[in-house]
Design a protein around this ligand. Structure first.
Ligand code: AMP
Length: 548
């Protein structure tokens, strides 16, 4: 016997329909790539997305065809996103921070037929055009006045293309399991792999993330998604804000402290989401210019661990509450959020901070377990480290084109590649990526934990910890520090700063001051590149052990 309720396929076009029908005059404001601030509404974006769907149909795009976007967060990107998905085509968000070879690899692997691009990326597309044989059309997200025909001969102008089309187009009407979007992992090991979201998975992710204990987006919010749409769906905000009827403020390509601050204040932003480095730039700007935040109430920070100093600065200096979140491209992306529970809310501010600094607890729809190297379950005692495994309706089942083979265990859980603890209250804490964890004398040292404490030093701009070979201990930690401009510091200053904050045997064997700590395409510290750069480095303690 089956239930007798209506079969209403969970397709994401219905999310923008809802925004148009019930929040039609709510604004979507963008810092355009051309420069000026552009104002639009959900009703206008809906109509233009339908015009775009008609344009795609006229170009011969069929359900299942991949249409890529190489674009910043703007209203036009949202139109392209819904316009592609509404007709059952697949919106493939390309990360412009990838190297050209990786971009070409991904475009070819996905067999993209159309690329919607911002003006910014025309040179890279032109240079590599010959290496993208499946791409039939390049559409530039601009108007005729800003087209640069000499930069990319044959490129179509977005405004002209959609201007010729009607806003009548039938969306949806297909199975909710139809693919909606494709996003490749950052590929820190091997080639990037494609995660193919379905309409259903995106819809469920949207409903879950709207919960009060998750993102808690409301119709009264004004939301600035700094996190890019090309990185795991802007953490779902392009969907959840439309679903809630929140005002959207899209920052375009300017993500520096001054530009983000200007939008926060002029548009009255109440909620925002970004990786820690963006917030560090904003706080730097606030401090240097003695500015205050007048409307911002809450920020979600994830993508890498949030440093304690950042949470304190937001909380104590600006009255903004921080929600720390963990997730990955493979989890759509939200997996856990460190929102309080009935028990933790009663704790004093300092004790609550301990929980905020953890990556958080799973909302309904996410199941977690910790296992050892043999797949046996480990206890949730807040101390035992294990491989973090995840399962749920918006978690990857297999990669696009079968890459990587079978990726689930016997119970259907996906191995996140993260090493974590889970405490008895359900709060998960990442201790490392499994490949970054430092193995010293048979025990594990969390590079992330040391980094987060070290970056709290007032002279530090960025810190990274890697394991360096040691003849006795296998590996020992080395702390790399990029100092704030104009600062100088000694190794001892940093070591004594760590004293008492980490276990003694976790103390780095060396501190190396560097000009630059490389960040990867998604704004995370690129440990692979650091390890390459440090390949000839020998620990002073290793030399001492060898000569002893
Ligand atoms: P991506 O798929 O590029 O979003 O990368 C996902 C990975 O980023 C996760 O598997 C984690 O290793 C890392 N990550 C995401 N959020 C956090 C966080 N809050 N703390 C530590 N690592 C994180």
């Amino acid at each position: 016997m089956l239930g007798l309720m209506q079969n209403w396929p969970l397709t994401v076009d219905k999310i923008l329909d809802h925004a148009k029908n019930w929040h039609g005059d709510r604004e979507i404001v963008s810092r355009s790539v051309e420069g000026p601030i552009v104002r639009s509404t959900y009703a206008q974006v809906h109509a233009r997305a339908k015009q775009l769907s008609n344009a795609l149909l006229s170009l011969g795009i069929k359900p299942g065809d991949r249409c890529a976007t190489l674009a910043w967060n703007t209203g036009r990107h949202i139109e392209a996103w819904y316009g592609i998905m509404g007709i059952g085509a697949v919106c493939h968000t390309l990360n412009p921070r990838l190297f050209a070879e990786q971009l070409c690899y991904i475009i070819n692997h996905a067999e993209d037929q159309v690329i919607f691009t911002d003006l910014t990326f025309l040179p890279v597309l032109q240079e590599n055009r010959a290496k993208m044989p499946t791409v039939k059309h390049v559409v530039v997200l601009t108007d005729e006045a800003h087209m640069q025909p000499d930069v990319f001969p044959g490129a179509l102008c977005y405004e002209t293309l959609i201007g010729q089309q009607s806003a009548d187009c039938i969306w949806g009407g297909f199975d909710e399991q139809t693919p909606a979007a494709l996003c490749y992992t950052s590929g820190t090991t091997g080639n990037p792999k494609g995660v193919l979201y379905s309409h259903r998975s995106n819809f469920i992710h949207t409903l879950v993330t709207m919960g009060t204990d998750v993102m808690g987006i409301s119709a009264t919010d004004t939301v600035l998604p700094v996190v890019p749409m090309f990185h795991a769906n802007a953490w779902g905000l392009a969907f959840s804000c439309s679903a809630a009827g929140a005002k959207l403020v899209m920052p375009g390509q300017k993500l520096d402290g001054a530009s983000v601050y200007e939008l926060l204040e002029t548009e009255g932003v109440t909620f925002s989401a970004a990786v820690p480095t963006v917030w560090q730039m904003l706080l730097g700007h606030l401090r240097d210019n003695r500015l205050k935040l007048s409307t911002l109430k809450r920020v979600v920070i994830g993508g890498s661990a949030v440093p304690e100093a950042l949470v304190r600065a937001f909380r104590d200096d600006y009255g903004v509450s921080v929600t720390h979140a963990w997730g990955m491209t493979e989890t759509s992306p939200l997996g856990t959020l460190a929102t309080p529970t009935g028990k933790t809310i009663k704790l004093d501010a300092e004790e609550q901070l301990r929980y905020t600094l953890k990556q958080g607890r799973p909302p309904v729809g996410i199941e977690l377990k910790l296992v050892d190297d043999n797949g046996a379950r480990l206890p949730h005692d807040g101390v035992t480290f294990g491989k973090l495994m995840v399962r749920g309706p918006f978690v990857v089942g297999q990669y696009f084109q079968g890459d990587g083979g079978v990726i689930l265990d016997d119970e259907g859980y996906f191995d996140t590649g993260d090493v974590a603890t889970i405490d008895p209250d359900g709060f998960m804490q990442i201790t490392d990526r499994s490949k970054d964890v430092i193995k010293s004398g048979g025990e594990w040292i969390s590079s992330i934990e040391i980094e987060n404490i070290a970056v709290g030093h007032e002279k530090a701009a960025l810190c990274a910890v890697i394991g360096a070979a040691h003849p006795k201990w296998d590996e020992r930690p080395v702390l790399l520090v990029k100092l704030e401009a104009g600062q100088s510091a000694s190794k001892e200053e940093f070591l004594s700063f760590l004293e008492g904050k980490i276990a003694k045997w976790w103390t780095p064997d060396d501190v190396v001051f560097v000009e630059d700590i490389p960040l990867g395409a998604t704004g995370k510290i690129d440990k692979k590149l650091i390890r390459e750069r440090m390949k000839d480095y020998v620990l002073p303690t290793a030399k001492a052990t060898v000569s002893a």
